[in-house]
Design a protein around this ligand. Sequence first.
Ligand SMILES: Cc1cc2nc3c(=O)[nH]c(=O)nc-3n(C[C@H](O)[C@H](O)[C@H](O)COP(=O)(O)OP(=O)(O)OC[C@H]3O[C@@H](n4cnc5c(N)ncnc54)[C@H](O)[C@@H]3O)c2cc1C
Length: 150
Amino acid sequence: MRLHARPSVRFAGQITGVEGYVESAAHGLVTALLFAADLSGAELAPPPRDCAVGALWSHVTGGHRSPGGAHEPQNVNWSMFPPPAPGVRKHDKKRARVLRAIDSLEAWAQQSGVALRATQVTADSLPASSKKGGGKRRRARSGAREDQQR
Ligand SMILES: Cc1cc2nc3c(=O)[nH]c(=O)nc-3n(C[C@H](O)[C@H](O)[C@H](O)COP(=O)(O)OP(=O)(O)OC[C@H]3O[C@@H](n4cnc5c(N)ncnc54)[C@H](O)[C@@H]3O)c2cc1C
């Protein structure tokens, strides 16, 4: 994210290849932290790829580009994250990835001396699995169909 000819110049936001308001702001935050570390002579690793800011960082630094392929600006999405651990059931994948992202971001912040506000997302606050919600949605849809048929 630096100008090759003048590495003290850093870029952030859509100009680097992220897309969207939240993504541009998140990317700007990481760039600012790296810049602040530079100024204080500290070493700061970019956030890990299994949390959203790290997945975006990996995306703009070429993590998903096929060799010789052009960069495509993107909103943050699950394809930027590493797959969940083997053995996680399909309908538990998103939940597993959210919990892993929180753990990874917190570990990175702690190692890096970055202050985080406590998250309100916990294992208990997340639905047990998406299958349950899907079941509810399916029941709601089939109920709506029955209403139409009446
Ligand atoms: C029509 C439209 C709709 C969109 N809708 C959505 C949406 O619904 N949701 C969403 O998440 N994203 C949306 N986006 C994308 C979103 O706007 C951008 O991803 C985001 O604003 C990029 O933020 P940024 O800070 O990187 O760049 P920008 O918001 O483009 O900010 C760059 C700033 O730099 C200034 N600037 C440029 N050159 C210079 C210069 N030489 N000197 C000083 N200042 C300069 C510009 O004036 C500008 O204020 C939309 C974009 C468009 C065009």
